[in-house]
Structure formats: structure tokens, C-alpha cells
Design a binder for this molecule. Structure first.
Ligand SMILES: Cc1ncc(COP(=O)(O)O)c(C=O)c1O
Length: 453
């Protein structure tokens, strides 16, 4: 069939990739190494051993181009993979564009987002290492839900520290996690030392991913039966998500098309890395594909942050990573895209962005919700507010192409649906969604306080 006939581009199950793609094999400049938070020396694998299994630590540092997906994980992937690539015909029509807009729909996973792509292998490798319990943080709740299900699949206990403001905004997320047998707590909690410290100093804090990460790491570091699991940022997470972009390549081949622009929203960077990194080798070989990461104007890590060593959490318990950062103590305003309220960015993505191989834009909340509603009304899917950032930018790209009189092929990652984000939509309808101004003064203060290495 030609590209004009397809609306839903579907691959057969046997086309689920057998390998994850590792961008570390192809980067013109390798990322800087992580540093031990106490000694500030280059991180050794054994530094991470108290909270991660050796197999994942190995994936963190490997420069092999392809890493085999374990058969058991691939079998589970069959529940929702390959995910469909849709041609957004309704949206194209509404925009009056002759550009082609495609969306890779990761909301078809049982938990409604891309997060299960890495939750399953992380639970698998931890089970293999004899771990009985996993602790994690969650922003919007999507990651916590994914890990809760993955843990249930491998008979592992799961505890989730959920950023307080999202816990309040999305009460059903907690129920979702409970349904899979996980425990979900509003962070900061009084169960950890760091939680108690923050509560004492800032009793009304909305919470941040940085605080929740500190709590989950403290929990894992304090118990032999428990490991920590992170839903974004780290290399092995980006590696697992590469399944998205590899499928997109095959799907675009099916319709004899190739993207001019690939767009994904960026929290810690994993869904964008997942769709974009498999295109890096093509780009290095001269293909003109643009890779655009989209962040909220309220938390503009790449567009306004510094490329510097910083902690991944508030308490400074995690390794120091060289990444784009707004400062590990920065509290982003309580926007509705909770999964994008993170001060840092994946070190792999940060390096590629620094080297000019990817681009970044920041968009404001109101425009994001307008784009989300246009998408819902033309394509039928209510997007997660995080994913709607990618929709907004894809629309902007299509309108720019229209103005310039050119035709583009635009692919966006629809990282999740927004069925449990209806409070955000309700607030939009009630006129309560504000374009939060970014606190520039606060940023200056935070950047002046970055750890010295
Ligand atoms: C639906 C959805 N998309 C995107 C993100 C952002 O994370 P990442 O940048 O790792 O993809 C989240 C995080 O919670 C999410 O829930």
C-alpha cells in the first residue's frame, strides 16, 4: 500500500525488535562519566551495586551497539508491542496542512504509557538478581503504575513515592497502583530521613521528583532485599525505550516515507530518546532528520539550564551526572504535566543536545492544552499532558511548513493517554490553567549552587 492509503500502520508480532539499540556505540563524543557523590571520583560499578543489579549496571556502561532483549521480556512485550503508528489524518485536515503527521501510540500498553517498556526489563533483571522488593519515585504516576504491574508480573513487592502535588491531582493513579498490589505514598513522607527533613523545612511543598528520588534511594539503600528503580534519565532506561524508534523505522518503511522531524516530550528524556536515538546513525550518515525534544516553559532544563555536573536528586545521594540541569534543589512550578517537572535531563540526551545532534524547544501550558484538545477532537485520543507537549510542537512544525509552502513528514511520540489526567482538563475548562512564568531569579540562585567537582 502507498502512504496515502494507510491510517494505522501495524507491524506483526514477529517484528518486535530482538535487540535494544544503544546510542553510546555511535555518539561522536561519549558522555562524561558519572561521579561518586561522596568521593567525587569516577563512579565504579560497585558504587551502584547496593541499589541496582549488575546486569543493569552493565547496560549503563556498555558501548555495544545492540543488547539482546531476553526472550521472557520479549514475550511480555507482545501484550502491547509493536505499538501502532497512526497517520493523524483528522489533525492534518483541521490544520489544512499538506504535511504528513504521524503519531507513535505508546498509550496502548496496559498501563497507558511507554513506561512499561523499561519497567518490565528492570523487574526481570532484579528478579534474576534475587531482589524481593523495588522502590521508586513517580511524578505523574505513569511510571509508578508501570513498575507496579511489572513487579506483580515477577512477584516482587513495590513501593512508590509519588510527588505530593500529583498524588493530589491524580487520586486514581494511586488506586491503579494499589490494584497491582503496590504501595503508593505521597512524597515527601515521614518514612525517610530526607522526607522528614523536607517536611520540617517546607511543610507545604508540592514535592518534586528530586525529593521523591531521594526517598526511594534512601529506602533501597537501607535494606538488603530492596533495590531502586528509575523510570527515566539513566542510560539503561533510554536503551530499553529504543524499541519505540526501531519500530517507527520499520513502520515508516512500510509506507515508503521517512521523517523530516521527530518530536517527543522531555521529562528525564526517555520517551524522546526512545523514538529519536535509533535515527542518530542515519543523521550521522547525512540524513536530514531533525530530532526535537519538547519541555515545559515552567521547567526548561535544556533551553535554560546549564550543562554541568549535578545530582539527580535533592538530597545528593545519587551519583553526580554531567547533564543539563536547573539545579537539584530547583522546585518547578506545579504544572499539570507532572512527569516533566524534573530538574535534570538524561546525560546521553544532554551530550547529544550539547553536540547539536538534537534540538530543544520550550512550550507554555495553555497552548499545550489547546493542542491536546484539538488532537482529542480530531484523532479521538485524549493525550497525557506530558505527551501533549509533543503534539503542540508537531502542530507548530506543520503550521510553519504550511507558511513556508513546503511539505514535511512529522512523527511525534504519543507517550501516553490522559484518561487519568482529567482533573487537568477540568481545570483547563474552568479557566484555571495559567502560563506559569519561569522563576529566572531562582534559576540564577540554583545554578550558582551547583556542586563543585
Ligand atoms: C506519559 C508520559 N510521557 C512522558 C513522560 C516524561 O518522561 P520521559 O522524559 O522519561 O519520557 C512521563 C513521565 O512521567 C509520562 O508519564
Amino acid at each position: 500500500m502507498s502512504k496515502e492509503e494507510y491510517t494505522k500502520i501495524v507491524l506483526p508480532e514477529e517484528k518486535i525488535p530482538r535487540y535494544w539499540y544503544n546510542v553510546q556505540a555511535d555518539m561522536p563524543n561519549p558522555m562524561e562519566p558519572g561521579l561518586n557523590p561522596q568521593t567525587k571520583q569516577v563512579l565504579k560499578p560497585e558504587d551502584l551495586a547496593p541499589i541496582f543489579p549488575m546486569s543493569l549496571i552493565g547496560q549503563e556502561v556498555t558501548t555495544e551497539r545492540y543488547v539482546e532483549i531476553p526472550e521472557e521480556v520479549r514475550e511480555i512485550y507482545k501484550k502491547w508491542r509493536p505499538s501502532p503508528l497512526f497517520r493523524a489524518r483528522g489533525l492534518e485536515k483541521a490544520l489544512g496542512t499538506s504535511s504528513r503527521i504521524y503519531y507513535k501510540y505508546e498509550g496502548v500498553s496496559p498501563v497507558g504509557s511507554h513506561k512499561l517498556n523499561t519497567a518490565v526489563p528492570q523487574a526481570y533483571y532484579n528478579k534474576e538478581a534475587g531482589i524481593k522488593r523495588l522502590s521508586t519515585e513517580t511524578g505523574a504516576g505513569q511510571w509508578g503504575t508501570a513498575l507496579a504491574l511489572a513487579c506483580k508480573m515477577f512477584d516482587i513487592e513495590c513501593i512508590v513515592y509519588m510527588v505530593r502535588i500529583s498524588f493530589q491531582q491524580k487520586p486514581y493513579r494511586r488506586t491503579f497502583m494499589q490494584a497491582y498490589g503496590a504501595e503508593c505514598l505521597a512524597s515527601p513522607t515521614d518514612k525517610t530521613e530526607i522526607g522528614r527533613r523536607v517536611l520540617k523545612e517546607y511543610p507545604d511543598t508540592p514535592g518534586t521528583l528530586g525529593i521523591a528520588i531521594s526517598e526511594a534511594v534512601e529506602d533501597a539503600a537501607g535494606r538488603d532485599d530492596t533495590n531502586y528503580s528509575l523510570g527515566s534519565v539513566l542510560n539503561h532506561v533510554c536503551l530499553h525505550q529504543s524499541i519505540i524508534g526501531q519500530e517507527v523505522k520499520l513502520q515508516m518503511e512500510m509506507v515508503d516515507d521517512y521523517p523530516d522531524v521527530i518530536v517527543g516530550c522531555c521529562g528525564g528524556g526517555s520517551n524522546f530518546a526512545g523514538i529519536a536515538f535509533p535515527f542518530i546513525p542515519d543523521k550521522l550518515q547525512g540524513k536530514k532528520v531533525r530530532l526535537v525534544g519538547v519541555e515545559p516553559a515552567a521547567c526548561p532544563t535544556m533551553t535554560k539550564g546549564a550543562y554541568a555536573y549535578d545530582y539527580c536528586d535533592v538530597a545528593g545521594m545519587t551519583p553526580l551526572m554531567k547533564m543539563y540541569t536547573l539545579g537539584h534543589e530547583f522546585t518547578p512550578p506545579g504544572i499539570h504535566a507532572g512527569g516533566l517537572r524534573y530538574h535534570g535531563e538524561s546525560p546521553l540526551l544532554s551530550r547529544l543536545y550539547y553536540d547539536g545532534l538534537t534540538e530543544a524547544v520550550a512550550v507554555k501550558q495553555k497552548g499545550v492544552f489547546e493542542a491536546a484538545l484539538l488532537f482529542a477532537q480530531t484523532e479521538g485520543i485524549i493525550p497525557a499532558p506530558e505527551s501533549a507537549h509533543a503534539i503542540k510542537t508537531a502542530i507548530d512544525e506543520a503550521l510553519k511548513a504550511k507558511e513556508e509552502g513546503v511539505e514535511k513528514s512529522i512523527v511525534l511520540n504519543l507517550s501516553g493517554h490522559g484518561h487519568l489526567d482529567l482533573t487537568a482538563y477540568e481545570n483547563y475548562f474552568a479557566g484555571k490553567i495559567e502560563d506559569v512564568e519561569f522563576p529566572e531569579e531562582e534559576l540564577k540562585k540554583q545554578l550558582a549552587n551547583l556542586p563543585k567537582v
